[in-house]
Design a protein around this ligand. Structure first.
Ligand code: BGC
Length: 910
């Protein structure tokens, strides 16, 4: 009998065949594919072997799980011996179906360990020491550029040579920088990733990357070269024009390990024997931009024959005890190219390029016979009313790339160690007219795999979804940032916690957030305070309410979406310390003390946000107490999930105590919530902080408050994410749709009507009446207000998690048709495979196509009235394969389905 189940998409620690990890017992996951409906995995067996041959022979010489009776197909922890540094291990899995029929073993997958112990590293940190400024060159640029760049330094080019004398089995390059690096071997670039090694608190941990460079080496003479730049380490980061946060100059640590066919190993590491020089990159800074003088190119500097006699010895410094850790998330890459939609000549020297999309990244430029030119690229998100570049909102971020051409027939330039948040590029000094072949937008982001798509019958909502997804792409760059354009770009926790669930809908951000949660943990204070930003930099404060709480909410989200309990275990103590930190100062349950920056419902429109972005009418102690309660409730549930039963009770009690204090302090007997703000009601309802009997009254009051604003929202960052979910849950779906579809100020639609291609930081970033908001804080690419995105997937299309069974092995499908929508569809790639929900209303019928992956089940809520006839395909549901009718409610039929594709048709008689 042919196998009914096929295991595929094997992943290890969320990654496909990860090269260079340092997890001792990595977890395995796979997806089960089935041709027929309602298929479950009844058992699995995993083999782990030292070689591909052993695996092919069916030997699990490192680990054989044996046959395990279980439907678990994600996060199964390896329990064999930890492979030593550099070792690659192979694995495969087979599964049994419900009838006891086994699949063949999957195609082999592998993981490879990186360097694990300090002793595995041999190199020293090297660099160019104090690099002199080179004002002579910069004087070619215009005044503004000179003053901006005056204290920036040229990029070090570092090189060494070595000889390969025998046949090679394999070679790996382990490399990192204090700063940014680009590694090159024998004239070619190593890897396809950019802005490495990524941002961490370099005082606490430094990530390294591993590259398979076997094919880049050759018999005989070889050259290894690396270019460095300041990046987050010593360049400008954050507001206030501050740089050198972690150190003064960039440094390299590299180790090339060559395994010869004869079994010997040779290591080429960064050390005092390397030589260095400066070259064409006169400076390159994340905020300021890059200055590249092609006339100073060091031709063939990364090839073995190059004469580096004029280069200087490098400075070299012993490694200290700072842990070097394997990069555990998807790297930052150029993921897409965007062609201009228009190029406008403004004057003899100036052209403005419109990419049609606000992105994070840079442009690639082609010039022809441009000797003597100074080409300057200034970036902006938006144009002013005169059609000129609007850069005031970038604050001190220079966002300017300068290119001095060589003068060849054709030359191509793109920067390496900077990025900009922009849609428009002003090009000056370019000889001739630019064509759309000459300039291309390069989209740069953490390359997290695509997860979801959403589409519906309303173009406005589809644009909203696109803006949310682009906002995410522009801000998930090594860490989740607030914005990619101005002198800020920090890992704000408040923004991350409100957007995290939406982020999971669009991309698989499991590895990305797993990495960032380490940054959050690194930034926790000895007293237990999570920070406002992680890595903790520039804003050094302890976390404000709704900001610090990301330390609890993000692991909770990963647990819910990916069924990941290891993230909960890893951060459990940190979460407990955060609650203790709040509790110590607030023994009565109200979070009145230790609120640190106390941002409140940031950028809400019910206070005086024009003058004070934090001046929401939502009482700040109320908001804080709601979050404190929420943390306690989530931690109680996470404690239960990892078997800490006593703690679960303790935190449930804490939640009850805070809840009682909240009700006593802020809730009137008739269900009014103090402050009478939308956000106040939303938090109280969402976080279960009202007596059961008052929930409906409070929801009615929320609707009244919205009505009093002429059916408009007034929430800031904190309330916005839960606003529509709360309305839908409370039976006010119509109001939720009304807010969603609104295009008058303030609304998501208003920004779209005025050309937004990303989510704005502020509802009033630009208004017809006032023009631009205060340039001191006015980004056009901030994802926080895009936290409505989860509502589109979870409510409009109706794909949701069963909170009692996190991780989508049991799925909730519950579309919420409403508004003027005649249809919507979403596809979401969960850890178990792709889930789809697509509905449309047509000729009095409601049609719903549901797809669920093998080895899952779903509860489907079909909207209906009592006279409805429900079919699945051409069968009445009662006889459809894989469908069980659970119950008929007044407004819904509730069904359980197994895996597969189901076509439901509900005919509503007139
Ligand atoms: C950032 C935010 C952040 C906030 C703190 C702003 O400057 O851009 O997104 O959360 O400060 O309230």
């Amino acid at each position: 009998m042919a196998a009914t189940l096929i295991p595929e998409y094997l992943r290890c620690e969320y990654l496909v065949n990860p090269l260079g990890i340092d997890v001792a017992c990595p977890r395995f996951s796979w997806i089960v594919r089935a041709e027929r409906r309602a298929q479950r995995q009844s058992a699995y067996q995993i083999l782990v072997a030292d070689s591909e041959d052993a695996l092919a022979a069916g030997e699990g010489d490192q680990w054989d799980s044996g046959r395990v009776e279980s439907d678990q197909s994600v996060h199964i922890a390896y329990a064999g011996p930890t492979p030593h540094a550099g070792r690659r291990v192979w694995w495969a899995v087979r599964v049994w179906d419900g009838d006891g029929q086994a699949s063949p073993y999957s195609a082999p997958a592998w993981w490879e360990m990186g360097l694990l112990e300090p002793a595995d590293w041999h190199g020293t940190w090297i660099g160019l020491g104090e690099v002199a400024d080179d004002r002579g060159v910069l004087a070619l640029a215009d005044e503004e550029n000179v003053s901006m760049a005056v204290d920036l330094e040229p990029s070090p080019y570092l090189r060494t040579t070595f000889t390969v004398a025998r046949p090679i089995r394999r070679a790996r390059l382990y490399v990192t920088a204090r700063g940014l690096y680009e590694a090159r071997l024998n004239g070619g670039r190593v890897g396809d990733v950019v802005l490495t090694p990524g941002w961490t608190d370099y005082r606490t941990r430094i990530q390294y990357q591993t590259y398979d460079v076997t094919d880049l080496l050759r018999q005989g003479d070889n050259a290894l070269g690396v270019i460095l730049a300041p990046g987050w380490y010593s360049g400008y980061v954050g507001f206030g024009k501050n740089r050198r946060h972690y150190g003064a100059h960039p440094r390299l640590l590299a180790q090339l390990s060559i395994d010869y066919a004869d079994g010997t190993i040779e290591t080429v590491a960064s050390d005092g024997s390397w030589r260095g020089a400066t070259g064409p990159i006169r400076f390159s800074d994340l905020l300021m931009g890059e200055y590249y003088d092609a006339r100073r190119e060091l031709v063939d500097w990364d090839a073995s024959g190059y004469d580096d006699a004029g280069w200087t010895p490098v400075s070299d410094e012993e490694r200290d005890a700072t842990p070097l850790v394997a990069d555990r998330a998807e790297p930052v890459r150029v993921t897409e190219e965007v062609a201009p939609i228009s190029i406008t000549r403004v004057d003899a020297d100036t052209q403005i390029v419109d990419l049609g999309q606000n992105i994070a990244g840079w442009v690639r430029l082609r010039a022809r016979r441009a000797a003597g030119a100074i080409i300057q690229l200034r970036h902006a998100e938006i144009l002013d009313s005169n059609g000129a570049l609007y850069t005031e909102n970038l604050r001190s971020a220079g966002a300017t790339d300068t290119y001095i051409p060589h003068g060849e027939d054709e030359e191509v330039y793109e920067p390496r160690f900077t990025f900009h948040g922009f849609r428009y590029v002003e090009v000056t000094g370019y000889p001739g007219d630019l064509t759309s072949d000459d300039i291309t937008g390069r989209v740069v982001e953490s390359d997290a795999p695509a997860a979801g798509t959403f589409e519906c019958s309303q173009p406005l909502i589809n644009q909203l979804q696109r803006n949310i997804a682009w906002g995410q792409r522009g801000n998930f760059l090594s860490v989740p940032t607030d914005c990619p354009q101005r002198d800020e770009r920090l890992g704000w926790l408040g923004d991350a916690q409100i957007f995290a669930r939406t982020a999971t809908c669009n991309r698989d951000v499991a590895a990305f957030f797993t990495k960032w949660m380490r940054d959050v943990a690194d930034a926790q204070s000895p007293e237990g305070a999570f920070p406002d930003v992680a890595p903790r930099l520039v804003d050094l404060s302890d976390g404000a309410p709704a900001w610090g709480d990301a330390g609890v909410i993000v692991p909770w989200t990963l647990y819910q979406v990916y069924g990941d309990t290891r993230i909960v275990e890893e951060h459990y103590d940190a979460m407990a310390r955060w609650l203790a930190y709040i509790g110590e100062a607030n023994p009565d349950g109200l979070w009145v003390n230790r609120r640190n920056n106390d941002f409140g419902d940031w950028l809400a429109l019910d206070g005086d946000a024009v003058r004070d972005p934090g001046a929401s009418a939502t009482p700040k102690d109320l908001l804080a107490t709601a979050y404190y309660a929420h943390d306690a409730r989530l931690l109680a549930r996470m404690a239960r999930a990892i078997g800490r039963v006593a703690d679960a009770t303790r935190y449930a009690d804490l939640f009850a105590r805070i809840r009682n204090a909240f009700i006593a302090a802020y809730v009137s007997d008739d269900g009014h919530v103090k402050g009478e703000t939308q956000t106040g009601y939303v938090l109280a309802l969402h976080m279960d902080l009202l007596p059961k009997g008052l929930r409906a009254a409070a929801a009615t009051r929320l609707v009244e408050r919205i009505k009093e604003k002429d059916w408009r929202l007034s929430t800031g960052f904190v309330g916005v994410g839960y606003l529509l979910p709360v309305l839908a849950e409370a039976g006010h779906l119509d109001v939720a749709y009304r807010l969603l579809l609104n295009d008058t100020f303030p609304s998501w639609g208003y920004s779209i009507k005025h050309g937004a291609t990303t989510i704005w930081e502020r509802w009033d970033g630009w208004t017809a009446e006032r023009g631009f908001q205060d340039p001191g804080m006015n980004s056009f690419n901030h994802y926080s207000l895009g936290s409505v995105g989860e509502w589109l997937y979870r409510y409009v299309a109706g794909i949701d998690i069963d909170p009692e069974q996190p991780g989508f092995q049991h799925i909730i499908i519950r579309p919420h048709p409403g508004g003027e929508l005649t249809g919507a569809k979403a596809a979401y790639r969960s850890v178990h495979g792709v889930i789809e929900s697509a509905w449309r209303i047509e000729d009095g019928t409601f049609r719903l196509r549901v797809t669920t992956p093998a080895n899952t089940t779903a509860t489907v809520y079909l909207p209906m009235r009592d006279t409805a006839v429900i079919m699945e395909g051409d069968q009445p549901i009662a006889s459809a394969v894989g469908v069980t009718i659970e119950r008929m409610e007044d407004t819904h039929a509730v069904l359980t389905i197994g895996s597969g594709v189901y076509d439901f048709v509900v005919t509503l008689s007139p």
